[in-house]
Design a protein around this ligand. Structure first.
Ligand code: ADP
Ligand code: 5GP
Length: 189
């Protein structure tokens, strides 16, 4: 198999991409998650070097100046997220396929960069109401942050057709099965 492949997941926050990625990582042993850097604070249970590389805003800026990022976005005002070039080499050197969890704009940029080496998956919530409910139920953001995420989602949902595949995440088990199917097809090409 050609290991220099990447699978990228994008979606509005709360659509369920982290949940789907966790399930997919259990089903394949050739994948490795690309750990992004972020300037936001860790949530309860999140670990530095596992979920993200948590950087101070100053340290993030230094890495931007050092040209260490393949891409980065200020996804929410004052909070930056980015893909470190070193992650790509680390994972490919391990002989693994890269899994990305990035915002919609970042996903489009990475798709452009990797071209046909990338399978770009858009995770679609069944409705905006369900998206809002999931964000609230997750309970990891304050009201202000939830509203920022919802405000951004309308524009992001319009970008779905720029991706190779859209997975509707209504019933989780079905969404994971469907994702597994499209990944198997992509890996077999
Ligand atoms: P994202 O990574 O896209 O921001 P998460 O994976 O964190 O989204 O999911 C947001 C919330 O919705 C989490 O609390 C998660 O447990 C829940 N969730 C994800 N998928 C489903 C689903 N199909 N049905 C119900 N709840 C879901
Ligand atoms: P969260 O704060 O919920 O973990 O992530 C917020 C958003 O930032 C999500 O849409 C997530 O996909 C995105 N994100 C995480 N890492 C990166 C990255 O490296 N680059 C970009 N552009 N977005 C990212």
């Amino acid at each position: 198999m050609n290991h220099r492949k990447v699978i990228l997941f994008s979606a509005p926050s709360g659509s369920g991409k982290t949940t789907i990625i966790r399930e997919i990582l259990k089903r394949f042993d050739c994948f490795e998650f690309a750990i992004s850097a972020t300037s936001r604070q860790p949530r309860a249970g999140e670990e530095d070097g596992k979920d993200y590389y948590f950087l101070t805003p100053e340290a993030f800026e230094q890495r931007v100046q050092a040209n260490d990022f393949l891409e980065w976005e200020e996804v929410y005002a004052g909070t930056r997220y980015g893909t470190l070039k070193s992650e790509i080499n680390r994972i490919w050197d391990n002989g693994h396929v890269i899994i990305f969890d990035v915002d919609v704009k970042g996903g489009m940029n990475l798709k452009q960069y990797f071209g046909s080496d990338a399978l770009a998956i858009f995770v679609m919530p069944p409705s905006v109401e369900v998206l809002e409910r999931r964000l609230r139920t997750r309970g990891t953001e304050c009201e202000e942050a939830i509203l920022k995420r919802l405000a951004r989602s309308t524009k992001e949902l319009e970008m779905a057709d720029k991706f190779d595949v859209t997975i509707i995440n209504d019933i989780l088990a079905d969404a994971v099965d469907e994702t597994q199917k499209v990944i198997n097809i992509y890996l077999s090409i």
